[in-house]
Design a protein around this ligand. Structure first.
Ligand code: TYD
Length: 139
């Protein structure tokens, strides 16, 4: 159970089909489970257990993150509330809306992360300075 307490987030639930030994299939469709048109997908593999990724927010980008294999800890901070979610169920995605400070840590050795985004990679959409994030009027 993922209980979202921060703003600009939410949980996406995917239906799954099948079981061992032939495996489980999960599917996500744009504008259905994924609440936008998908323009970009990216994966993260090989993060060491001590690594910390993210540490930024986005001005406009919307994303949904899935832990496809293994586990990691997702940190969310909307500027007022913070929460940590242990991601380990491939059928549960977390929406990363705009102006949400995101960190990723605690990666298991077999962790594979998939992220769906509503726009292409744009360097200018990043907020990498936490103080500026806390004062969005100044961005
Ligand atoms: P970054 O978004 O900082 O990764 P994370 O939030 O997981 O720590 O991106 C790391 C690098 O990869 C950075 O140089 C930008 C580049 N990048 C792309 O070229 N395309 C992409 O779609 C993404 C997400 C990152």
């Amino acid at each position: 159970m993922i209980n979202i307490r921060v703003k600009n987030s939410g949980v996406v639930r995917l239906a799954s089909k099948g079981k061992s030994p032939t495996g489980i299939l999960y599917s996500a469709e744009a504008e259905r489970q994924i609440p936008f048109k998908i323009k970009r997908v990216y994966f993260i593999t090989g993060a060491s257990p001590a690594a910390i990724r993210g540490n930024h927010a986005h001005k406009k980008l919307q994303q949904v993150v899935f832990c496809v294999n293994g586990a990691f800890t997702l940190g969310l901070d909307d500027g007022k509330k913070k929460q940590k979610i242990r991601m380990r169920d491939p059928s549960r995605g977390v929406v990363l809306g705009p102006l949400l400070w995101v960190t990723m840590s605690g990666f298991s050795g077999d962790c594979v992360i998939a992220i769906f985004a509503d726009d292409y990679f744009r360097k200018n959409d990043y907020i990498r300075d936490y103080d500026k994030f806390r004062r969005p009027a100044k961005i």
